[in-house]
Design a protein around this ligand. Structure first.
Ligand code: PRP
Length: 213
């Protein structure tokens, strides 16, 4: 049987993604779970799991280094990768939103300064509305930017809303909802059709169980 490589987004989605896999009967040994190894086999030896930065998941899958990946829609929207997206895994539900300091009045002078980890999503969003923006790309802790005057607004992921509220920011507009997705390399989908559909069906089985709860 072909061994599939699955790329997992490290961080907030990892625990939920691995729990879903476990329920689908594709689990890691305790030794692998507790290790810091970035590439491990599942217990059956049918899958190789690799753990990478979320924005690198589409890169590994598009290049075919990984056959499949589990990553958020936010990351996929930001990426230009050409991937198949056969399954919404309904994990790590969040929103991609524009937020600003509570009560802030947008400046009428010049372009709106928007801080974000998602420059493409932000540019497309404001571009579609004809609003001129200066995108300030940050790697994290984006909520700090309007508070300290680096930006007028942010485009970021909101999950519980705690980070926004504890930093005095409000949602101005929701751009899109995001959940974890299974993505598949186009060639693997054909060449490893049997193994890929086994994985998809196993995950679908778990999603069905949740539906019937
Ligand atoms: C994400 C996001 C927000 C926060 C939202 O950041 O960028 O900062 O989580 O979650 P909440 O609505 O539940 O508070 P992450 O934890 O990935 O870290 P980062 O800011 O360093 O990117």
């Amino acid at each position: 049987m072909a061994k599939l490589t699955i790329a997992f987004a490290k961080g907030r989605m990892q625990t939920e993604a691995l729990a879903l896999m476990e329920r689908a009967g594709i689990g890691m040994s305790e030794d692998a779970r507790n290790s810091r190894r970035l590439a491990v086999e599942d217990e059956s030896g049918s899958y190789r799991f690799i753990f990478v930065k979320p924005s690198d998941v589409p890169v590994y899958v598009e290049h075919g280094t990984a056959d499949c990946g589990i990553v958020g829609r936010d990351v996929l929207m930001e990426s230009n990768a050409d991937l198949l997206q056969p399954l919404d895994l309904r994990i790590s539900c969040c929103r991609i939103a524009v937020a600003a300091c509570a009560g802030a009045i947008p400046s009428e002078l010049g372009a709106l300064r928007v801080a974000t980890k998602y420059p493409r999503i932000a540019a497309a969003h404001f571009g579609a509305r004809g609003i001129p923006v200066e995108i300030i790309e940050l790697a994290g802790s984006v909520e700090l930017a309007p508070v300290l005057g680096l930006a007028d607004a942010i485009v970021d992921v909101v999950e519980t809303g705690r980070t926004l509220s504890e930093n005095g920011l409000d949602i101005v507009e929701v751009i899109a909802n995001s959940t974890g997705r299974l993505v598949v390399n186009r060639a693997s989908y054909q060449l490893e059709a049997e193994a890929v559909s086994r994985l998809i069906n196993a995950l679908k089985g778990v999603l069905k169980e949740d539906e019937s709860l």
